[in-house]
Write a protein that binds this ligand. Structure first.
Ligand SMILES: [Zn+2]
Ligand SMILES: [Zn+2]
Length: 302
């Protein structure tokens, strides 16, 4: 066993008591608000917030946390960075599949690009999906912390899911795993009628799979979707008075289907993607790394 594995196991074992989790939570709450946030909690204040009478028991558990999760300063205790990450994880509900924060299936207001029926949002465990219930085309499939589901209307929720999806896929397509910050690699596959997901019936001439070899994080997407995160497309939209970053991917046919993508070559891969917008069309050429190698704006034939 390496030292690193031992440390990780010790870090987990240090949390194996609800009193310790309560200490972390109270220290987190004390520092959470920018207005009322205080850098440290004095011993007596912390003990009272955790609401434990037995000093011996409280001291025992606090001592276990001091070091990795909690720092002891002259004037009290504060969370160290791993403690803060843990606090945020608890608040977000990342470690629990919170059944109270579930949502009813609802229509998102866009028709399926594959069959024309109304597409819907629903939760699958902690994955937020936007997909077609009639033909199983899957447009968005993103991990969304259960805490974020609370107190949001359907429209607010869709906006939040869209923003989260963008943030994660922007990181992924720029080569960084949004989960563990390691490098991700992009593998282009020829579509043969099956996708690396049981839940998606869309078919493509080619698609890309990004995967992280360190933490198993992976994401597949249509080739054209890469351009949702590229400045060439963002500025094309901006010039037409639209903020592309605010447009949900499931509404953009060019991004979620292969209809405007042409495979120019397979060895090495080369693609041309047409992005129509009002009276113009942006045509982008991508190489085997999915880098933009050429782009042009032309008048659109209608
Ligand atoms: Zn459909
Ligand atoms: Zn990773």
């Amino acid at each position: 066993m390496s030292d690193e594995e031992l440390d990780q196991e010790t870090a987990f074992s240090l949390l194996a008591d609800d009193t310790r989790v309560r200490i972390i939570r109270e220290l987190g709450r004390a520092t959470a608000s920018p207005e009322t946030g205080i850098p440290t909690l004095p011993y007596a204040e912390l003990k009272s917030r955790v609401d434990i009478r037995d000093s011996g028991r409280f001291n025992y558990h606090l001592k276990k946390l001091v070091g990795n999760y909690v720092a002891k300063e002259d004037d009290g205790y504060r969370l160290r960075w791993p403690g803060m990450v843990l606090y945020r994880t608890i608040v977000a509900g990342l470690l629990t599949d919170n059944v109270e924060s579930t949502i009813e299936r609802f229509a998102v207001g866009t028709d399926c690009h594959r069959c024309g029926d109304s597409i819907e949002a629903h939760l699958y465990e902690t994955l937020f999906r936007v997909r077609c219930p009639s033909c199983d085309a899957n447009y968005t499939d993103i991990y969304f912390p259960s805490h974020g589901l609370r107190d949001r209307s359907e429209d607010e929720l869709l906006r939040a899911v869209h923003r989260r999806s963008r943030t994660m896929l922007d990181a992924t397509t720029s080569g960084q795993c949004p989960w563990c910050a390691s490098e991700v690699t992009a593998d282009i596959h020829a579509g043969d009628g099956s996708l690396p997901s049981l839940h998606d019936t869309r078919d493509f001439d080619a698609y890309v799979v990004y995967h992280c070899t360190d933490c198993t994080g992976f994401q597949y997407m249509p080739i054209s979707q890469v351009l949702l995160y590229h400045p060439v497309t963002i500025s094309f939209y901006y010039d037409h008075g639209t903020d592309l970053t605010a447009v949900p991917e499931w509404t953009l046919e060019w991004a979620v289907t292969g209809r405007t993508t042409t495979v120019l070559d397979t060895d090495p891969w080369r693609f041309s993607v047409r992005i129509p917008l009002e009276d113009e069309e942006l045509v982008v050429e991508l190489d085997e790394e999915l880098e933009v190698v050429d782009s042009a704006i032309t008048a659109r034939d209608r």
